[in-house]
Design a protein around this ligand. Structure first.
Ligand SMILES: NC(=O)NC(NC(N)=O)C(=O)[O-]
Ligand SMILES: [Zn+2]
Ligand SMILES: [Zn+2]
Length: 453
């Protein structure tokens, strides 16, 4: 009889503090042994000589738009795409689906869909929107991983941005429940005012779009949120931060002892405003891709340890919503489709800038697990879930065939990474292997209150 369910031999395992060739033994979805050479046999044995084994990516920021807009993505294609990128846990945002995840009924309804359709594990955010502060408790008690609010317009009628009153009430309630509020930090007054001015003059170029969402709008929103958090004691997580000015404020708050974390996304590090100029709406997001100089600053801030984690903000839509012959840059859907490429992007940056792979694992797995209390995830250690992304240092050019999102338009198309994900294991089960989603998988697990404590 086999000793283990799974043995992965000779892989270069990316631990928290070192990368070292190690055998991994798995039983019942959990890592049970890590040694240079493990004796015994397993039902599934794999030789990973020359391959890197990262802890499965934990991406705290995706929009799968289901229920209600599954034609935009949905849990099935979305989760398969994430698996193809080495992701084993994603957190779905509370907006873009119908209904929005703003009460316990919507949360539980979405969870049921995810449990049936997701091939990897997932958690769900709850929304903080006006007049729904009373629903926060129910969301938290039923397993929302945290709360999300917008300081700018959302582009989505079903999910209103939070006004100051909502923010203060919501933060107080969220703090009392010991949860975290995630924020899209761009000032609505500033961006609305600038956008109106541009539109009145018929100015709709890429430069105009960038100018309508300036760095100062991000910095102001961050400032205000931090002030309110200080008043209410609420823990914050800033999503997709795109400027040094915002990071300076967040860094100062951290030094004061405030409970705050920050993410950026690979697209702010890999691409710049020039891509919006050249590629049009597929490179549109909010905050916008920044000028080259700011992109370089963000990279330095990353190297200096100023970002806690990296998330994809996979925000897809049907191609028609980004069709430049129909919509100008202000009208087209804002969001980058690229959830598959977080780990590959960070490895590319690591190789180009001499960043140890241990830090890639920290940004893409360990830090999100710690921040959101995923006890059994985030690192390759005995007793942890057997969530792995196996990576080879072979080039990978993104095409419509190897990009698993429902809609293939993406700023990443034609990008060549110096590496590829060859296989993904979720709790010991092979989910993705050499270009194929393996069909006979257990469905993903919803990580709710029992996993998040
Ligand atoms: N409604 C959205 O999905 N918006 C997203 N869009 C972006 N980032 O362009 C976001 O995260 O703000
Ligand atoms: Zn956002
Ligand atoms: Zn988002």
């Amino acid at each position: 009889m086999a000793n283990y369910d799974l043995l992965i031999r000779n892989g270069l395992v990316v631990f928290s503090d070192e990368v070292i060739q190690t055998d991994i033994a798995v039983k019942k979805g959990v890592i049970v042994k890590l040694e240079a050479e493990i004796d015994g046999t397993a039902l599934e044995e794999r030789d990973a000589t020359g391959l890197y084994i990262f802890p499965g990516v934990i991406d705290v920021h995706v929009h799968f738009s289901e229920p209600g807009r599954e034609q935009w993505e949905g849990f099935e294609t979305g989760s398969k795409m994430m698996a193809a990128g080495g992701c084993t846990t994603f957190f779905d945002m509370p907006l873009n689906g119908i209904p929005s995840t703003i009460n316990d009924r919507a949360l539980l309804g979405k969870a049921e869909i995810g449990k049936k359709k997701s091939v990897v594990d997932f958690a769900l955010w709850g929304g903080l929107v006006p007049n729904h502060e009373k629903d926060i408790k129910g969301l938290a008690e039923n397993g929302a991983v945290g709360f999300k609010a917008f300081l700018s317009e959302t582009g989505n009628d079903e999910f209103e941005r939070a006004d100051d009153d909502t923010l203060l009430n919501g933060m107080k309630e969220i703090a009392s429940l010991g949860k975290i509020l995630a924020l899209h930090a761009e000032s609505a007054p500033i961006t609305n005012w600038l956008q109106k001015e541009k539109q009145q003059k018929g100015l709709v170029s890429a430069d105009d779009y960038l100018e309508s969402r300036p760095i100062i709008a991000e910095a102001e929103a961050v400032d205000r949120a931090l002030t309110y958090a200080k008043l209410t004691g609420c823990a914050l997580h800033f999503v997709h931060i795109s400027s040094e000015a915002a990071i300076k404020k967040i860094e100062a708050a951290k030094l004061e002892g405030m409970d705050v974390t920050v993410e950026t996304c690979p697209h702010y590090l890999l691409f710049s405003h020039q891509d919006l100029v050249e590629k049009g709406p597929i490179a549109k997001c909010a905050p916008p891709l920044r000028e080259k100089k700011e992109q370089e600053r963000l990279l330095q801030l990353l190297i200096d340890g100023k970002f806690d984690m990296i998330s994809s903000d996979h925000s897809p839509c049907p191609y028609s919503m980004k069709d430049p012959s129909v919509y100008n840059l202000f009208e087209a859907w804002g969001g980058i489709s690229g959830g598959q490429f977080t780990l590959l992007s960070m490895i590319e940056l690591a190789l180009n800038h001499n960043i140890p792979f241990t830090r890639v694992a920290e940004w893409t797995s360990e830090a999100p697990a710690k921040r959101f209390h995923l006890q059994s995830k985030g690192s390759i250690q005995v007793g942890m879930d057997a969530d792995f992304a196996i990576v080879s240092m072979k080039e990978f050019r993104v095409t419509e065939d190897n990009f698993f999102a429902k809609h293939k338009q993406s700023v990443y198309l034609d990008h060549t990474f110096p590496c590829q994900v060859t296989s993904t294991y979720n709790r010991g089960k092979l989910i993705y292997d050499n270009g194929d989603i393996i069909e006979s998988v257990s469905f993903g697990k919803w990580l709710h209150e029992r996993d998040i404590s």
